[in-house]
Ligand binder design. Sequence first.
Ligand SMILES: [Zn+2]
Length: 300
Amino acid sequence: MNQHTLKRSYTYKGNGLHTGQPVEMTLLPAPENNGIVFQRIDLNGDSFVEAKVENVSHTSRSTVLAKNGVEVGATEHLLSALYGMGVDNALVQLNASELPILDGSAKPYADDITEDGLQDQRVERKYFTVTKPFSYKDEKSGAEIVVTPSDRLEIEVEVDYNSKVLGVQYADYHDGMDYAKEIAPNRTFCFFHELEPLLSHNLIKGGDLDNAIVIVEHPVPQETLDKMRLLFNAGDLKVTQGYLSNVQLHFSNECARHKLLDIIGDFALLGLPLRGKIVAKKSGHSINTKAVQALIYQLK
Ligand SMILES: [Zn+2]
C-alpha cells in the first residue's frame, strides 16, 4: 500500500484543556516520507517538532512534545485520528503551545477526513514490524504493555481504576475496523474527586463540561454540584448511575475505548504504522510513550 496524505487543509479553533489558551490549528497535506510534523507559527526560527517519541518531553496529563525549546502539548487525540484514518504525512500548524481539546475525542478530525477521503501518494508505506515479544511493566502502578508479532495492528485494553462505577472495562480494535465510528468518538474522562484540586491549581481552564465524561465514585452533596455548575457555567447537573449528567455516553465502555484511542495516538510516535498486537493494562501516556521508546530500542 502507498503512503497517504490529506486531500485538503482543515482548520480547528478551540482552547487547550490544560493551558486554557485559545488556539487555531491547521492540518495541511505534506509530501511523501514527511511523517506528521508540528509547526508553531507563533514562534520565530525553526519551530518544527516531528511527531516522534524522541521528542516526548513530558506525559503528566497529556503527551507533550518539545524540540529546541519549542513545545506542543496534548498531541495524542490528533495523532490518534491521523493514524487511525491512515494519514502518513501531514503538517500541523498551530499558534499556541497546546492543541485544542474540542469535544475531548478525535471525532472532529476523523469526520472531516472521512468526508473527503485521502490523497494517494507515490511512495510505498513502510511499517514498524514487531518481530519478537516485548513487554514493559511499571511495577509501582501495575501498568503493563505487551506487544507481540502480528501481521496487522491489534489492540486490547483493560481499564481498572478500582472504580465501582467503571468496574473493569475492556475495549479492542484491529486494522479493518471502522476507526471513525468505533474509536474516534470516545471522549476523555476524569473522576469527580480529581476535578476540584485541578481547578484550584488552574489545570482545567479550557474545560467547559462538554468535553469530558465525569465519573462520580462517591456521593456528592448538592451544594458541591451547584458550585461545579457555576464554575463550569453548566445547566442543571445530576448524577446518573455514577456519571455526571453533563454528557451522554456514546458506548457503555467509552472510557476503555478512549484509553485505546490514546494508545493509538501515543504509538503513532513510532513514526511508522505498527504491525503487532498491543495488550495494555492500566495504560496511560507515561507507560505508552516509555513502551514505544523501549520497543524502538529493543528492535534496533
Ligand atoms: Zn485522551
